[in-house]
Design a binder for this molecule. Sequence first.
Ligand code: PRX
Length: 665
Amino acid sequence: MSSETLSNLSHEDRRFPPPADLAASANVKADAYDAAANDFEGFWAAQAERLDWGQKWERVLNWDNPPFAKWFEGATINASVNCVDRHVAAGKGDKVAIHWVGEPEDDTRDITYAQLQDEVNKATNALISLGVEKGDRVAIYLPMIPECVFTMLACARLGAPHTVVFGGFSADALASRVEDCGAKVVVTSDGGYRRGAPSALKPAVDDAVAKLAGGEHAVEHVLVVRRTGQDLGENGWNDDVDKWWHDVVDGQSSEHEAEMHDSEHPLYVMYTSGTTGKPKGILHTTGGYLVGTSYTHWAVFDLKPDTDVYWCTADVGWVTGHSYLVYGPLANGATQVMYEGVPDSPHKGRWWEIVEKYGVTIFYTAPTAIRTFMKWGREIPDKFDLSSVRVLGSVGEPINPEAYVWYRDTIGAGKAPVVDTWWQTETGQILISPLPGVTEAKPGSAMTPLPGIDADVVNDEGESVPDGSGGYLILRKPWPAMLRTIWGDDERYKDTYWSRWPDVYFAGDGAKKDEDGDVWVLGRVDDVMNVSGHRLSTTEIESALVSHPKVAEAAVVGATDEMTGQAPCAFVILRESAIAEADEPGEGGDLVQELRNHVAKEIGAIAKPRQILVVPELPKTRSGKIMRRLLRDVAENREIGDVTTLADSSVMNLIQSGMSGSSDE
Ligand code: PRX
């Protein structure tokens, strides 16, 4: 982060105190911070009381063998029972759990807790009929349809960890995830709706299944929801493997007696990009994860389950969809909206129409979406009655003060508090955020670690930096929803997160403490970029590029982008044979398009570079390390910084001279 940004941030002097009525009736008051600081384990034990347990724990936290934590050791619990059955048992069976809104207009479904229980139990019995047992892994590759939630909760019920793969990922990305966690069943659909048109999913599963066939991790069954009714193509159905959801699930009994699992039983694996080419399978377990997500969902959004209508716009394919669409809200017995489609189909007011229709009171989205709405203009949301909204949340990347204030003014009528929530796939739960009834918030700052969270900003030596300075964002104490390991790779878990300073979790983010000690998250300090709130690794895109036969070498940087926060920009050196074919270096629009499509095929459309520059050389230090800083200068059209450590300083002139012919599309 540049020093200019740092000093700009410190000039922010707007303050937004909580509305008086919200503060008076807030779920969490200021005393929670001290209570947690004075009795850390007692505080988390008290939060665990909001859940139903089988056996109670013997120890709140076992941290005898860091960084391998055990939370609520000795306890047993079932996540599905906590998200569904216990609400029905408490007489809330007729309460709506999910107002599901399909992308085609008028395609909606209100699912009560009692109906959710039936659907989850049927899905559980269906998975059992396909041979899924406790401990087996199930991959889920679905659009935002209710069956996705049913399947996740069915897996949780059985104790079969799920791995949800975002529907925008390619067949190769799906195959590598299915293989890494050894999933024996994949649940998918024929397709989903995107801007009014059916978009296929099943062919990607077919490719992934074919790729793994005959190997150690061959997929045994594919369970297919009929969503769009689209044609599956000539070879689109394999009777040995494929089963329709309606054939296997619909006829099942809606009764299923759930087993209580160990508190540390694996709940799910979620893959995320790291600094190497291979995605990491982040493992979350059951008891602590449910405590962390249900507490923070209740505290940060001030959830009042009987009156609030909550809406988190994240896709279930990302961690936000897991923690704050499925497990947190359902454990709390919330009523929520789940929407299948994009914000601008069939019109740009679609989200606000949904807010008005269901009377959404708590709304949680990403800065990239807010910036898009700003660009479209406030006349669009202004056409709808948004007066029900009382708390607004932001997640995924730093929210710039301009977007924050627009969000508060336009969607929150100038009075709804904005909670800027900092967390990660690895942390499982929100860790740094204002509390809407307590914190006097500053636009652009995630403010303070939540009660029970010990976060800090430190220097290279691991020492706490004084207020007014920047450094690395770290956590000193474990927290209940923390990752437990990287699936199948304990060493990588230790090296990646816990090795920089002893027993300290390093999150990969840079941050600043302002004069008051409040935290401003500045973004990644490693080779990970954040595109529309989604994490992508530079190395992963580089390996995708060099896997193309025409590419000899590639370097990728995340360049600042007005809409998406950051965008991948690639610099590639072609192989001799390809140079002979191509036009002049820097041109070759067809080739650029071919490479962009190749990245989409290897990883998914979100990873497509915004720009690809064909260059004759890459800037390297004498030891051969690519100087990404200089490439970022080029990608962001800045004056090139210090080149003295380059092995050959004329390289930058060569790259810049090729720039004029560069291609965006
Ligand atoms: O850089 C931080 C950024 O997103 C990263 C985590 O990405 P992911 O695991 O995909 O999870 C996204 C949803 C939790 C972090 O390392 N990030 C997330 N929230 C914020 C943020 N940066 C600044 N402010 C936030 N509120």
